[in-house]
Ligand binder design. Structure first.
Ligand code: THU
Length: 134
């Protein structure tokens, strides 16, 4: 599993190289692994009207939906060359909760200091999120 996560993180690194971030100069890349085995990448895309910026994570989730993905998220790797432990913003956490397998089993993969891998659960970073009753 760690090998798979390393590969996911490497894909996130590659995605960050495609980032369009002329304003913040803070590139971010994400790679998501779905239960189907499919993977989707995304990078942040900024805009002169700053608030319209799209985060890497939501870009990757949108790409999955646009490509017909219907299974749930097993894991997401996020990477920025500017910051270790590049955690998803609040909006992306809410989006992850929408498409996650479940909060406990869906993993967040980050690069930690000394290039170690940090694995968190969505539950740890987004407890008590909003959802409609089933
Ligand atoms: N950013 C992401 O892509 N994902 C996050 O979860 C946090 C922030 C981007 C948005 C913006 O282009 C840059 O990082 C600085 O905020």
């Amino acid at each position: 599993m760690t090998i798979e996560y390393t590969e996911l993180l490497n894909n996130a690194k590659k995605a960050s190289e495609k980032s369009y971030s002329p304003y913040s100069k803070f590139p971010v890349g994400a790679c998501i692994l779905y239960e189907s085995g499919n993977k989707y990448q995304g990078c942040n895309v900024e805009n002169a009207s700053y608030g319209l910026t799209l985060c890497a994570e939501r870009n990757a989730m949108s790409s999955a939906i646009a490509n017909g993905e219907t299974s749930k998220i097993k894991a997401i790797a996020i990477y920025s060359p500017k910051q270790k432990r590049c955690l998803p913003c609040g909006a992306c956490r809410q989006w992850l909760s929408e498409f996650a397998k479940n909060e406990k089993e869906t993993k967040i993969i980050l690069e930690d200091k000394n290039e170690e891998i940090l694995i968190l659960s969505l539950e740890e970073i987004f407890p008590y999120g909003f959802k409609f009753d089933e």
